[in-house]
Ligand binder design. Structure first.
Ligand SMILES: Nc1ncnc2c1ncn2[C@@H]1O[C@H](COP(=O)(O)OP(=O)(O)O)[C@@H](O)[C@H]1O
Ligand SMILES: O=P(O)(O)OC[C@H]1O[C@](O)(COP(=O)(O)O)[C@@H](O)[C@@H]1O
Length: 448
């Protein structure tokens, strides 16, 4: 719903009282909390907003800026803490920081609001109707932020709306914390619509999780920075292999689905990468401006080259069968062909054709499952904490059907359907990427 006040278009979110009347409110227990000192302006209201864009072109006319509600505690809460039964679920692929978010949801609900009914749902959406919930408390989750993966377990597929909402009712959950990526958020939209349809006194928040940083609107997703950091090890290893061979090429494939954020940022931070291929920019192998020509020059000049390729790059030029084109995973995501394996074989063939009697080595590293399984780094861990606490404040205040995430450095409440639709691709027109030239020595593959 888009509300416009004087100068902004506020993207309002649903409040539980929009479809359930006569809910008893309670003063926020933070008022009496020994660790908090509330002050004027401590509690946020409907007039505390965050602007979506902070870059504006004043030369033309433009509509009122988009705005979202600012995340944080409200002075009244719409759940009696002793009646809360909160369910936490993790869906989709692994991402550093999942356990930290779970931990902070448990500790935050318990310590900030005095909630005692906190449950973990095992193995993603299917867990609502397939497994018994696991009761959680701060003691149990104490060291979870140090562990990679998700202690609750996760899965793809298994989304059955009726079974899920029936199970939510059977277990008498009244708060849902759904941690997942774009697929998970599309499921969350359906759950939210069904909760409203059934007029259930249940608040639902989505917490965006994607190591690929491919969820739109928010500044970045937790785990992404950790992934960029850990990717350096793979790039360094590829560099050592390449440097230690005659005409050596080190090839690293980095994940990101159809976006190149991890590949691009890992390249920017590494200084060892000579060429980075991302899905947002097409590339080709043969002829002028092609990859072979670039590598020919690079090997002649430096004796080695390091190549980073995002998993979604080149998917249009890799030959594939009709059945490969139709392949989907359990969640309905298209399955990519292995661009790294394909490039390795294409490069070998090219070299053997053009330099039949010269030494050549190519070492291919795919660190995907190593990267996403590590615990979050310190920056991501603090981000996860703020994210979880911001989500709790919104749910306790009775908001529902929203996602909590950072916009322009502040935490905001965003309608879940907006997030489910928003894809974050690398903006190749952005001037800040132009300096990649000095790192990659190959503008054609990064900037258009
Ligand atoms: N369009 C959709 N509607 C409902 N559920 C979906 C949809 N797309 C994905 N899901 C469910 O969301 C969960 C996670 O989705 P997936 O794409 O595997 O990961 P991610 O959320 O990380 O993108 C899965 O259980 C999947 O069935
Ligand atoms: O776990 P799987 O099915 O092998 O999927 C691998 C995919 O999971 C990811 O690591 C994370 O993807 P999601 O955020 O969509 O779950 C992708 O980078 C990668 O393409």
């Amino acid at each position: 719903m888009a509300n416009s006040s004087s100068n902004v278009q506020l993207r309002n979110i649903t409040h539980i009282t929009d479809y359930i009347s006569q809910i008893q409110t309670h003063p926020n227990p933070l008022e009496e909390h020994p660790f908090f000192r509330t002050f004027d302006g401590f509690y946020l209201t409907q007039t505390d907003i965050i602007l979506r864009h902070n870059v504006v072109d004043l030369s033309g006319t433009f509509p009122p800026p988009l705005a979202y509600l600012r995340a944080g505690p409200r002075n009244k809460i719409f759940f009696n803490p002793s009646d809360v039964r909160a369910a936490i679920v993790t869906c989709g692929g692994l991402c550093p920081g999942m356990n930290t978010v779970i931990r902070e949801l448990v500790v935050g609900l318990w310590e900030l609001y005095g909630v005692r009914g906190i449950f973990g749902i095992k193995a993603g959406y299917r867990g609502f109707y397939s497994y018994d919930p696991v009761e959680l408390n701060p003691k149990m989750v104490d060291d979870w932020h140090k562990r990679g993966g998700t202690v609750l377990e996760t899965s793809r597929g298994g989304f059955d709306l009726n079974k899920i909402v029936n199970a939510i009712q059977d277990h008498e959950f009244n708060q849902l914390y759904i941690i997942g990526g774009d697929g998970t958020m599309r499921g969350a939209v359906e759950i939210f619509e069904e909760l409203k349809q059934r007029k259930l006194y249940i608040s639902m928040v989505g917490i965006p999780k994607t190591v690929d940083n491919d969820v739109g609107i928010i500044d970045r997703s937790f785990g992404f920075q950790t992934a960029v950091e850990v990717a350096q090890q793979a790039i360094s290893a590829a560099h050592v292999e390449a440097e230690s061979a005659v005409n050596g090429i080190g090839l690293v494939k980095l994940m990101g689905r159809s976006t190149g954020h991890i590949a691009l940022h890992a390249t920017l931070s590494s200084r060892d990468v000579d060429c980075c291929l991302i899905p947002e920019i097409d590339f080709y192998l043969e002829g002028k401006g092609g990859l072979f020509e670039f590598l020919e020059d690079q090997l002649k000049e430096m004796g080695h080259a390091v190549l980073v390729v995002a998993e979604g790059a080149g998917q249009d030029i890799i030959p594939r069968t009709e059945s490969q084109k139709a392949e989907k995973d359990e969640s309905g995501n298209p399955i990519f062909l292995d661009v790294g394996g394909w490039l390795k074989s294409e490069l070998k063939n090219w070299w053997n054709r053009n330099h039949p009697n010269e030494l050549f080595t190519i070492k291919y590293i795919d660190p995907t499952y190593m990267i996403r399984a590590v615990p979050a780094n310190a920056t991501d861990n603090s981000y996860c904490t703020l994210l979880a606490h911001s989500a709790i404040h919104g749910v306790m205040a009775g908001y529902t059907g929203f996602v909590c995430g950072p916009i322009n450095g502040n935490y905001a409440y965003i309608p879940v359907d907006e997030v489910a639709k928003a894809k974050n691709k690398v903006d190749t027109r952005d001037h800040k990427w132009s300096w990649v030239r000095s790192v990659s020595n190959q503008p054609d593959f990064i900037t258009s």
